[in-house]
Design a protein around this ligand. Structure first.
Ligand code: SF4
Ligand code: SF4
Length: 374
């Protein structure tokens, strides 16, 4: 048998490197990062800078969308088993937002405190002193509490703190991906779509704030016979919706509050455009799963439900389903991850009771709608 030349490495060494590479590959795949490129950080921490960055990117290379997560095996974002692609950036600021990491357009650094081992490597690695830690000590001088902070005004988004973090407690949220990169994940899940009647759902954030990428992705899905759903708040120019309409099998459409002033208090924007767009989608043959977030004390009154019913009745043939989404407090942890101290961490209300939920289910069923609770 031919002998391998001795290069200073043993066969065991080659094998361990091979195993380590495989482990890393599966680790990244498990994390959903196999096609996402976390090292491609996006410049800009204002909307203007981001738009400029994205336009430059689009001029010089392939069209990309800014994505903050892709989740497979989702069963709540449309029919069957779905792959949900979360776009970054949203024009609304709902008080109860469950994914605050989706709100801002630029990519940003999140911290998962449970993974942090308080090694302080991130603080030491920061060239601008933007990442800081406040350490509380007991009477013997032993550290008992670490509070990390990041000064977004001085942070230059170099990513050195993320690179320094060995436990991946720090991670980038928001990566630019091409249609083909997303399609690789779609194709991987196609067997599950076929068996379950599922497909892709584009969500966010607000996916229709990136309409060209959304349309290109959905078009490719339709060419490959994948069912498509668009999860939208509806607060976008009609032209954005028109771009995706030919490639959208279903719209998951939020109706939060019929009183426009109250809608503005809850979400930061009035509701006229949202309602107008819903009617236009129906007139153009679109189909809906209407989503009603039920936020105790904010939009759950029967008066609001009656107004929603009256709005939906004329477009009833387009409404395949009403989904009632009772409030839960999951988003609070995510606000903390982002080091945000605004409304989201302070917003508190009780989840609605089962009786209250069932009363609303019956109300819409009596009006002839199919209703489910998520
Ligand atoms: S991204 Fe760079 S400047 Fe910003 S906190 Fe991390 S290391 Fe510091
Ligand atoms: S480098 Fe990572 S693990 Fe270490 S203190 Fe910073 S966030 Fe925590």
């Amino acid at each position: 048998m031919e002998k391998r030349p001795y290069l200073g490495y043993t066969r065991a060494h080659y094998r361990s490197v091979h195993i380590a590479k495989k482990c890393a590959k599966y680790f990244y795949r498990f994390q959903g990062w196999d096609e996402i490129r976390p090292w491609e950080k996006v410049k800009g921490n204002t909307m203007a800078e981001t738009t400029e960055t994205m336009e430059t990117a689009e001029e010089t290379k392939e069209l990309t969308g800014r994505i903050f997560d892709i989740q497979g095996f989702s069963v709540q974002d449309g029919p069957g088993i779905r792959l949900t692609v979360f776009f970054k950036g949203c024009p609304l600021k709902c008080l109860w937002c469950h994914s605050p990491e989706s709100q801002r357009y630029p990519s940003e650094i999140n911290m998962l405190k449970t993974k942090c081992v308080n090694c302080l490597r991130c603080v030491q690695a920061c060239p601008t002193g933007s990442r800081t830690v406040d350490i509380k000590k007991d009477e013997n001088g032993n550290p008992i509490e670490f509070n990390y902070d990041i000064n977004l005004k001085t942070c230059i988004r170099c990513g050195k703190c993320v690179d320094a973090c060995l436990t991946q407690a720090l991670y980038w949220c928001g990566t630019d991906m091409t249609v083909e990169e997303v399609m690789k994940k779609v194709r991987r899940d196609k067997p599950f779509f076929k068996k379950s009647g599922g497909g892709i759902t584009i969500s966010g954030g607000e996916c229709l704030t990136q309409p060209d990428f959304a349309a290109a992705l959905l078009k490719q899905c339709k060419e490959e016979e994948v069912n498509t759903a668009v999860d939208t708040c509806g607060y976008v120019p009609w032209e954005n919706i028109e771009k995706v309409l030919p490639y959208s099998d279903l719209f998951l459409y939020d109706i939060k509050q019929m009183d426009s002033d109250k809608h503005k208090e809850l979400t930061g924007v009035p509701n006229e455009l949202i309602l107008e767009n819903a009617v236009k989608i129906a007139e153009n043959g679109g189909h809906f799963h209407i989503r009603l977030p039920m936020i105790t004390g904010y939009n759950d009154s029967m008066e609001n439900m009656e107004k929603i019913r009256d709005f939906l009745l004329p477009i009833k043939d387009s409404v395949d389903l009403i989904q009632i989404l009772p409030y839960h407090a999951l988003g609070t942890v995510k606000w903390e991850r982002l080091n945000w101290t605004d409304a989201g961490t302070e917003f508190k209300t009780e989840p609605p009771s089962d009786e209250e939920i069932q009363e609303r289910v019956k109300f819409f069923e009596d009006a002839g709608f199919k209703v489910i609770v998520h």
